[in-house]
Design a protein around this ligand. Structure first.
Ligand code: TYD
Length: 140
């Protein structure tokens, strides 16, 4: 997987003077069946999250409230993306190193995942991740 596979998706937005509404359907707006939902909240100013790559799990991140930055790295290229709309989602496929920072006060990050939590699916060590990439993509 490379950064090209990390896509920003426009979710449906039903504008309404009573308050806007966005919905997400697994397999339609998100290219996987949703097996898990988790969210980050009460993130203190200056905190960093992430700092890992997943071996098999696909994720889809949304800034439900406020904003934060996601830094993506595929072993070759690095990209910083700010998520700041409740109707934008970022697809992160497996084997992409991600870090998150610059959380605004009161921000909430919703994550949809293709698998239930499995500590064994994580690369938390950056060098271990780079070694795994080199094995899976020799010569790149
Ligand atoms: P972690 O994925 O390390 O957070 P970060 O986004 O900062 O890398 O998760 C933090 C802790 O929460 C870790 O001990 C694992 C636990 N956890 C679960 O038990 N279930 C989950 O679905 C997730 C995402 C984390």
């Amino acid at each position: 997987m490379s950064l090209i596979d990390c896509k920003l998706i426009d979710l449906p937005k039903i504008n309404d003077p009573r308050g806007n509404l966005t919905f997400i359907e697994g397999g339609r707006h998100v290219p996987f069946d949703i097996k898990r939902v988790f969210y980050l909240y009460d993130v203190p100013g200056g905190a960093d999250r992430g700092g890992h790559a997943l071996k098999k799990c696909h994720q889809f991140l949304i800034a439900m409230s406020g904003s934060f930055d996601v830094i993506l790295y595929d072993g070759k290229e690095k990209q910083r993306i700010q998520l700041n709309r409740s109707y934008h989602g970022l697809i992160i496929p497996p084997m992409i190193w991600r870090e998150m920072d610059n959380f605004s006060s009161g921000s909430v990050c919703l994550a949809l995942a293709s698998a239930v939590y499995d500590a064994g699916d994580y690369y938390r060590d950056y060098n271990e991740y780079l070694t795994a990439l080199a094995v899976s993509r020799p010569g790149k």
